[in-house]
Design a protein around this ligand. Structure first.
Ligand code: ATP
Length: 199
């Protein structure tokens, strides 16, 4: 099952509760960070393409620098995605093979639509949040001003695009306790589906 949602929608919170039920979780963001560690061939390719300016003094990827560069050279986004996505996908495939012992596996992909990884999952679970609430949470958590929060949201897929590919939706429109209840209901549904599939 793939879990997605816009920034600050509640994905991490939902995934944490599902993991606590003993379900294996694979986080595409964690993999995306691993593949650009020093010494990894993706980092070498990025450095060759963009130059040493995208490295920190100690040889790590300078994310901010790369983000700013892509922001100013949007035509380069495609190259970067072509470099990263196949490598991320290979590692997800490897981990999926290793984690197939729990009834289902949760694949957390914040940018599911953008990456095309939706094809790796049987079902897509979207955590949906009211846009005003989302902006408030981004500002509070990331200490950014409203304008920046709006820019980040605008750079992602739209709420409608996410809802259009959803098999299941958790509306994060209440308290944390309500979010937990909804999460556990979806988890129970997924256990049943997994049981039916392997019966
Ligand atoms: P990101 O995309 O940035 O990783 P996310 O989708 O994983 O974000 P979370 O980190 O789970 O989102 O939630 C964002 C913030 O909002 C967290 O501080 C979380 O505790 C808070 N939060 C989420 N849902 C609720 C809720 N229903 N009530 C109160 N706070 C909430």
């Amino acid at each position: 099952m793939a879990l997605t949602g816009g920034i600050a929608s509640g994905k991490t919170t939902v995934a944490k509760w599902i993991a606590q039920q003993g379900i294996d979780c694979i986080d595409a963001d964690v993999i995306a960070r691993q593949i650009v560690e020093p010494g990894q061939d993706a980092l070498k390719a990025i450095c060759q393409h963009f130059g040493k300016q995208v490295l920190t003094a100690d040889g790590h990827l300078n994310r901010r620098q790369l983000r700013d560069y892509i922001f100013n050279h949007p035509e380069q986004r495609h190259w970067l995605e072509n470099c990263l996505h196949p490598r991320i996908k290979n590692l997800i495939d490897e981990q999926l093979l290793r984690t197939s012992k729990t009834p289902y596996t949760l694949l957390i992909v914040p940018l599911l639509i953008e990456s095309g990884f939706d094809k790796l999952a049987d079902r897509i679970l979207v955590v949906d949040i009211d846009p005003q609430q989302q902006l408030k949470r981004i500002c509070q958590r990331d200490q950014v001003v409203m304008e920046q929060a709006e820019q980040i949201v605008a750079s992602q897929s739209t709420r409608q695009e996410r809802l259009a590919i959803a098999d299941d939706v958790i509306y994060n429109d209440g308290s944390l306790a309500e979010l937990k209840q909804k999460t556990m209901a979806v988890h129970r549904q997924y256990l049943q589906l997994a049981q039916a599939k392997f019966a």
